[in-house]
Design a protein around this ligand. Structure first.
Ligand code: IPE
Ligand code: IPE
Ligand code: MG
Length: 214
């Protein structure tokens, strides 16, 4: 395969890794963030232009309140601590998903980070937050109907969150679970899918290279 333009990842297995290694699901999420940083660096090194990470699904609201709170705090500190680094490395941040359900301060941090990184060209980092593929498609169809535009594949493409972004060449799901969990159902129609046994915090650059260099 030609080198991929767009890699999408379902980063699964943080909780199990945390329980096994630190007796805490939340510490698994913290460790998962380290893998995120490694994979972003390696993606740039490999000249891949788009990386989409599934960070929080519409179904993840069913988790215990304290776990959700921990995940939101991690997101907030990532945005606060890493904004300069994103710019230094030419990374443009784009959020897909309905962020209106997040606390106001996180919503404005997300908007600010997208605005401040908007001109960067090395890598587009697409974070899926409160993302669900079915609701994305329903939302697109509603918008098309409101505008009285013809419903076809092209118009649906234009009203998805991923407008203008090429479809992923590769989807990776870590965590030894072989399902899509409502992620990019439309956009993955022709992607190659890799289900990995390793949990996200233990997923390495070597594992990543093995997949993207096929
Ligand atoms: C994925 O890891 C990360 C998020 C959903 C934020 P999980 O938290 O689902 O980890 P497991 O699957 O329970 O091990
Ligand atoms: C998918 O992982 C969502 C993210 C990685 C954010 P989950 O662990 O939430 O998936 P399901 O719901 O168990 O399939
Ligand atoms: Mg999981």
């Amino acid at each position: 395969m030609n080198s991929p333009k767009h890699v999408a990842i379902i980063m699964d297995g943080n909780g199990r890794w945390g329980i096994e290694n630190k007796k805490s699901r939340n510490l698994g999420h913290k460790a998962g963030l380290k893998t995120v940083e490694k994979i972003i660096k390696s993606t740039i090194k490999n000249k891949i232009k788009y990386l989409t990470l599934y960070a929080f699904s519409t179904e993840n609201w069913k988790r215990p309140y304290l776990e959700i709170k921990f995940l939101l705090n991690l997101l907030e500190s990532f945005l606060n601590d890493k904004l300069n680094e994103l710019n230094k490395n030419g990374i443009k941040l784009k959020i897909i998903g309905n962020i209106k359900k997040f606390p106001k301060n996180i919503q404005s941090n997300l908007k600010n980070a997208q605005k401040k990184t908007n001109k960067n060209k090395n890598l587009q980092l697409i974070l899926a937050l409160n993302y669900g593929s079915k609701s994305e498609i329903v939302n697109a169809i509603k918008l098309i109907k409101n505008k009285k535009i013809k419903i076809n594949e092209k118009s649906i493409d234009r009203f998805l969150y991923t407008k203008g972004i090429p479809n992923p060449d590769i989807l990776i799901r870590t965590g030894n679970t072989n399902r899509l969990s409502n992620f990019l159902l439309w956009q993955l129609a022709y992607s190659e899918i890799f289900f990995e046994k390793k949990l996200w915090p233990e997923f390495s650059i070597k594992d990543y290279n093995r997949i993207i260099k096929i």
